[in-house]
Write a protein that binds this ligand. Structure first.
Ligand SMILES: Nc1ncnc2c1ncn2[C@@H]1O[C@H](COP(=O)(O)OP(=O)(O)O)[C@@H](O)[C@H]1O
Ligand SMILES: Cc1cn([C@H]2C[C@H](O)[C@@H](COP(=O)(O)OP(=O)(O)O)O2)c(=O)[nH]c1=O
Length: 218
């Protein structure tokens, strides 16, 4: 990000991104296992985080906020600010300490999700601005799948539908991801992984990119 702070980080910050159902949760677990087996210290984490604001967001996404009768829904702006607020807590509580300890941090979603999801209904420049505090990842792996493929995988996975999971919203978010990647790729390393391959192939393609990062001098 333009105002990204320089923090002492001996570790590496790796982010997984993609549509709901693209397979980032599956890959985060598999990549962590593979990297730990190679002797790396790994922290797996996610956004929305498991902190107080992240927990509130997850309740909002599934309509479980428990608001009094008549209290309106959160506006897109409020939600964007909540994601950005959660991010600052998450960085302070989990990500930055692990990076300082020299760990590999594998994070399921980060700023690019805000640019794609909140940027689908708000000016992307504003969303970027409210996330200015967030440090840049060393590598982002975008697990790309067609919205129809992601929808089939969500249906097979089951579970309650969340706020952004309607088919039309996902098609808009897919386009927005590509616009966000074009915008951020000038300043950050973002690699597209073909997420329509089998699970193991996606893991191996991701490991190639992570090993490249680990082999590179800072
Ligand atoms: N490459 C893949 N091929 C086929 N199915 C997959 C693949 N990756 C994940 N899945 C399945 O799709 C569903 C959604 O995956 P998940 O990792 O939960 O997605 P996300 O965290 O991106 O929403 C799960 O049931 C998972 O087993
Ligand atoms: C981190 C982040 C997530 N989101 C959305 C993406 C998902 O729809 C939802 C997170 O829910 P989650 O359960 O993590 O999604 P999944 O496991 O299916 O990928 O929040 C945003 O809209 N903005 C953000 O900044």
């Amino acid at each position: 990000m333009s105002g990204a702070r320089k923090v002492s980080r001996r570790g590496r910050f790796i982010v997984l991104e993609g549509l709901d159902g693209a397979g980032t949760t599956t890959q985060a677990e598999r990549l962590a296992a593979a990297l730990r087996a190679e002797g790396h210290g790994v922290l797996t984490t996610r956004e929305p985080s498991d902190g107080p604001v992240g927990t509130l967001i997850r309740q909002a996404l599934t309509g479980r906020l428990g608001l009094p009768q008549g209290a309106g829904p959160l506006t897109p702006q409020t939600l964007a600010l909540l994601f950005a607020a959660d991010r600052t807590d998450h960085l302070a509580a989990r990500v930055l300490p692990a990076l300082e300890e020299g760990k590999l941090v594998l994070c399921d979603r980060y700023v690019l999700s805000s640019l794609a999801y909140q940027g689908a209904s708000l000016p992307m420049g504003w969303v970027e601005q409210v996330n200015d505090y967030a440090v840049s990842p060393d590598l982002t792996l975008f697990v790309g799948v067609a919205p129809e493929v992601a929808a089939k995988r969500r249906a097979a996975r089951g579970g309650a539908a969340e706020l952004f999971e309607a088919d039309e919203a996902q098609r808009r978010i897919a386009k927005q991801y590509l616009a966000a990647i074009r915008r951020r790729a000038k300043k950050e390393r973002i690699v597209h992984i073909d997420g329509e391959q089998g699970i193991e192939a996606v893991t191996q393609a991701s490991l190639v990119q992570i090993r490249k990062l680990l082999g590179r001098k800072r």
